[in-house]
Design a protein around this ligand. Structure first.
Ligand SMILES: [Zn+2]
Length: 509
């Protein structure tokens, strides 16, 4: 299957930027706009349009374990950007600051309008440390905080943001066509667009400079920036453009390399890190396994892990992790369990790595139908390390074992904290369903659609909930009248958004 998710998306962003690229090639950065410029609110709306399509893409991946890992890097970067005044309170409020992951094996990360970021599993699988991943995310974060995307779009006086949005969606539709001929056409167009696309050289240097400051302030090793740069430089020497689309949108210029060499000079004689980063090695292995490598590759990872002799933990952890997860995917539960056992033993002296091994243990057991074993593995994770992945992995197992009420309570607290947590809404819907709380279950389904930015789909569910509340039914659940009034308020709010979107769509015609 040709994977289209973020490759498609990258093309699309490029397309949007291409509209105004000719104006942005002038020396120096354009000044921020006047009253006619694109507002952050308009940019967010445009970003939502694109993100909504990405959520629907089969290559979009909502993996709680990788999500948790990426957030453990992303949140400190956001905090540092706020502290340094790079991220203004207006941007903080208006932009989404959301990272959407795609299964693509290509090495890419990119900023979309409105503070959405795309991240390929290929990139997570290819970087050698969390510091390297932080350097890429800090660079993309800076493209957003410095409003590089909006500056490019502001330059375009003839093309409205909504026309750009329509172009992006049109290109997405074409790129998803199973028709080989149109795929070829899209490929040629994509290449033509990409050749004239890219941020300006000054924008790239600014994203490096400010991103470097943000990442180091957030506590990441500045050497991560330098080694990531070396990696990209090697790839560009090899002309490895197929698997490094990142290099097409962020080309290495001599100025960027000179800047980075100057930074590297400052880093000389720094101490070598004392501890190998086992968690990163395991998460990179997970990204590789989840990026649709095909059964032959999975089988070879199982074989490699099985044949592994006595090696240091840093070497063993990623091999055993990839082997165990691959075996589980291949439904070879015995091999999966045995490899997880070896993984646990290999990383036992590192609590955070051991947590990842326990999560994998639970995942492998749950996939094999051993709900009790999976829950026991999760329960053994120390409370101060456990978080969202543990909760989401446990939820369906607990719901099935008659603990739906307890699960619903935890998930309610979760969505109160983060109403955009689609996976939590999904589990919450099933916890309510299990308890016969149909009205609440339908509302949770509606909120799940809101979290995925599908407002029309959400309105449909809210209306279904209203009909259910009005209709004759057996045994009113306690609190249904309160729930019904919440639903009325939410339905009105979402209906207003749907109407506004319809109006905007008509205005484009
Ligand atoms: Zn860049």
């Amino acid at each position: 299957m040709v994977s289209t998710f973020l490759r498609g998306a990258q093309r699309l962003v490029c397309l949007a930027l291409a509209c105004s690229m000719t104006l942005a090639t002038a020396q120096g950065l354009p000044s921020l706009g006047d009253g006619s410029s694109m507002t952050t609110a308009a940019e967010r709306k445009l970003g939502e349009r694109i993100a909504r399509e990405l959520y629907r893409d089969p290559d979009y991946i909502d993996d709680a374990v990788l999500e948790d890992y990426v957030q453990s890097i992303w949140q400190p970067l956001l905090a540092a950007a706020r502290q340094r005044g790079e991220l203004t309170s207006e941007q903080d409020e208006r932009y989404a600051w959301e990272i959407l992951m795609g299964r693509d094996r290509t090495i890419n990360a990119f900023a979309l309008p409105g503070g959405y970021l795309g991240l390929h599993l290929g990139l997570i699988g290819a970087v050698s440390s969390r510091d390297e991943l932080a350097s890429v995310l800090a660079h993309e974060l800076t493209h957003v905080t410095q409003r590089h995307i909006s500056r490019l779009m502001e330059q375009s006086s003839r093309v409205t943001p909504w026309a750009i949005g329509a172009m992006i969606l049109g290109a997405l539709a074409v790129s998803k066509s199973p028709d080989a001929a149109s795929a070829v056409i899209m490929g040629a167009q994509g290449a033509a667009v990409q050749s004239q696309l890219n941020f300006s050289r000054d924008m790239e240097r600014e994203a490096d400079r400010i991103g470097y400051g943000v990442a180091t302030q957030a506590g990441f090793d500045p050497a991560g920036f330098v080694s990531m740069f070396d990696k990209l430089q090697q790839a560009s020497k090899l002309n490895d453009n197929g698997s490094f689309p990142y290099l097409r949108s962020h080309p290495l210029t001599t100025e960027r390399m000179a800047d980075m060499q100057a930074r590297q000079a400052l880093l000389e004689r720094r101490p070598v890190p004392a501890q190998p980063d086992l968690v990163h090695a395991m998460m990179a292995a997970r990204a590789r396994v989840l990026s649709n490598p095909g059964p032959d590759r999975l089988r070879s990872w199982v074989g490699e892990a099985g044949a592994l002799g006595e090696v240091p933990a840093a070497q063993a952890a990623p091999v055993l992790y990839a082997g165990a997860l691959s075996a589980s995917r291949l439904r070879d539960d015995g091999a999966a369990r045995s490899l997880v056992g070896r993984l646990r033993a290999a990383v036992q002296s590192d609590p955070k790595a051991l947590r990842q091994a326990a999560l994998l243990d639970a995942e492998v057991r749950a996939a094999a139908g051993d709900a009790g074993g999976a829950l026991a593995a999760l329960a053994a994770i120390p409370a101060d390390l456990a978080g969202r992945p543990e909760m989401l992995l446990a939820a369906p197992l607990q719901i099935r074992s008659g603990r739906a009420a307890e699960v619903a309570q935890r998930l309610q607290a979760r969505v109160a904290l983060d109403p955009r947590d689609a996976a939590a809404w999904q589990q919450l819907a099933s916890a309510y369903e299990q308890q016969g709380q149909t009205l609440r279950a339908i509302r949770a389904e509606a909120e799940l659609q809101v979290a995925r930015l599908d407002y029309a789909g959400a309105l449909d569910r809210f209306k279904a909930a209203q009909n259910y509340a009005r209709g004759p039914r057996q045994g009113n659940a306690a609190g249904d009248h309160i729930e019904a009034s919440i639903i009325d308020v939410r339905a009105r709010a979402i209906e207003a958004i749907v109407k506004e979107q319809e109006k905007e769509r008509q205005a484009e015609r």
